[in-house]
Design a protein around this ligand. Structure first.
Ligand SMILES: [Zn+2]
Length: 349
């Protein structure tokens, strides 16, 4: 038989009644949220079993692994800005813990809805999700752009502008690749392995923060400059990219020297597009996703499509008309063209 969320939630009520001292320190709503996550993991697991696939069994999360606690509602077991009026610093009050001072990275906009506390290595983070975040429309610029996402440059625009992956991120990605190789050499259960795991986890967390920071900056620059931004559809991008050789062929950038390192940088595209979508919506900009198929092999001037057009990773030169361009810029121009054609077709319909 299977135990579902409803049963466990009822059981939790009893467990709390039996152990008033221990359990009352934690909020009921927060514990329920944890059970809901567990339920979600199992529902997804059995769905995959039902489809005849071979899923990974949801892993048991011990103390060291269970690193996020969520409170689904501000004020229920948890209060954001709990000492406002008493202190100029920001605090969050956690039931069973007390007031905890928070170093705030960005001002909070809108109504705080849920509060999560997350551990990454030895550092703790408070993550807020907000409702009714006010939109901040930006004045029209009349400019449109296609963007090509890559490894050496996170983003290349059809105007020829490039936003490089930050040097810091590239350096951390390199150290993380080393740490993961080191980890693979360590014997299971050994003291050295435990240390290597901690080191890799800390670097992973750092990569995530730097990636987020770089993505925020790049996305902000784009929505300030362009009314319409066309990008590759991420659902089809990865496959096409490896087929067209972007991932197999090393780039010129030092940061892109190893496969592992490159895959760490590649993973930033999803984060970047999510942030870009949020900022574009808030600023009243239009985002268009297009099928990236052929955008790197097609000449942006005459439309001739051949894989010979791609001379090296960095350069493209058309075998039909001789048009030479940076390969990423050529691709970005094609992406823009595809996006504008899509928009025209949609307006005509
Ligand atoms: Zn051409």
């Amino acid at each position: 038989m299977s135990v579902r969320y409803g049963d466990q939630s009822a059981e939790l009520k009893h467990a709390r009644a039996d152990d008033p001292d221990g359990q009352a320190r934690r909020s009921f709503a927060s514990q329920q949220a944890t059970l809901r996550r567990l339920d979600k993991a199992f529902v997804a697991f059995f769905k995959r079993v039902g489809e005849g696939r071979a899923p990974g069994f949801p892993r048991f999360k011990g103390r060291g692994r269970f690193d996020t606690v969520e409170w689904p509602k501000d004020g229920d077991g948890c209060r954001w800005d709990s000492r406002s009026g008493h202190s100029t610093a920001t605090y969050v009050r956690l039931q069973g813990v007390g007031h905890v001072r928070v170093h705030q990275h960005r001002p909070v906009r809108g109504q705080v809805k849920t509060i999560s506390v997350k551990r990454e290595g030895s550092r703790w983070f408070v993550v807020l999700s907000c409702d009714d975040v006010p939109a901040e429309p930006l004045p029209a610029t009349g400019a449109v752009a296609g963007i090509d996402m890559g490894v050496a440059s996170l983003v290349t625009t059809s105007d020829g502008g490039r936003v490089a992956n930050s040097r810091h991120l590239a350096a951390t990605a390199g150290r993380l690749a080393d740490a993961q190789r080191d980890l693979a050499r360590r014997k299971r259960g050994s003291q050295r392995r435990r240390k290597a795991v901690a080191r890799a986890a800390a670097l992973h967390a750092k990569v995530r923060r730097q990636r987020l920071d770089g993505a925020h900056k790049a996305a902000l620059a784009l929505v300030r400059t362009y009314d319409v931004i066309v990008h590759e559809d991420p659902r089809i991008t990865n496959m096409t990219r490896s087929a067209s050789g972007t991932i197999e062929q090393p780039g010129r950038n030092v940061a892109a020297e190893s496969g592992l390192n490159r895959s760490i940088l590649d993973a930033g595209w999803g984060v970047f597009l999510t942030i870009l979508a949020h900022k574009a919506e808030s600023a009243g900009r239009t985002l268009i996703a297009v099928n990236p198929d052929g955008t790197s092999r097609t000449c942006a001037r005459c439309g001739h499509c051949a894989k010979e057009n791609r001379v090296t990773q960095a350069d493209s030169a058309c075998t039909a008309c001789g048009h030479a361009a940076h390969a990423d810029v050529n691709a970005a121009v094609n992406i823009l063209g595809a996006g504008l054609a899509l928009r025209q077709a949609a307006e005509a319909a």
